[in-house]
Design a protein. Structure first.
Length: 149
């Protein structure tokens, strides 16, 4: 139990939440609540972290900040993260590879290696390499889009 408490305290400190330990969830911002959830998931130091649209309910700016927070925490903790998102930019910013899936029935239609340097920042989105990756993913998704009718 002591090891778990120490691990939680370390995670909260790393996430910038050490001053909020005694607060209730309603006293925290949406971004802070997301960081708490991420810390809770990482307390057990899993070798694999499954994240299904974890930032979907956040506004665009907070979502982007949380993505960079996840990258920062990942740099320290080095867990493998399987991150599900519908956001092409988010997938490229966070991933080493993007697995593109078709609509129903879901199947893998492409695996896109993301060979962008780390650490990544928001200005990377303006580079030709980033734009090329986004275009490849977008093209694959549009090729698979079912026709109306």
């Amino acid at each position: 139990m002591v090891r778990c408490a120490a691990s939680l305290h370390r995670r909260l400190q790393t996430a910038g939440l050490e001053g909020f330990l005694g607060k209730y969830p309603f006293e925290l911002s949406g971004g802070m609540q997301q960081r708490v959830a991420l810390c809770r998931a990482l307390v057990a130091e899993p070798s694999l972290l499954l994240m299904d649209e974890p930032f979907g309910s956040l506004d665009a700016l907070t979502r982007q900040k949380m993505g960079f927070e996840l990258l920062r925490l990942w740099q320290e903790w080095k867990s493998t993260v399987l991150f599900v998102t519908h956001d092409i930019v988010e997938s490229i910013m966070l991933a080493d590879r993007v697995v593109v899936m078709s609509p129903r029935p879901g199947r893998i239609i492409d695996v896109v290696p993301v060979d962008l340097p780390r650490p990544r920042d928001v200005l990377m989105q303006d580079t030709p390499a980033f734009t090329a990756l986004a275009s490849r993913i977008r093209r694959r998704l549009w090729e698979e889009e079912p026709a109306d009718g």
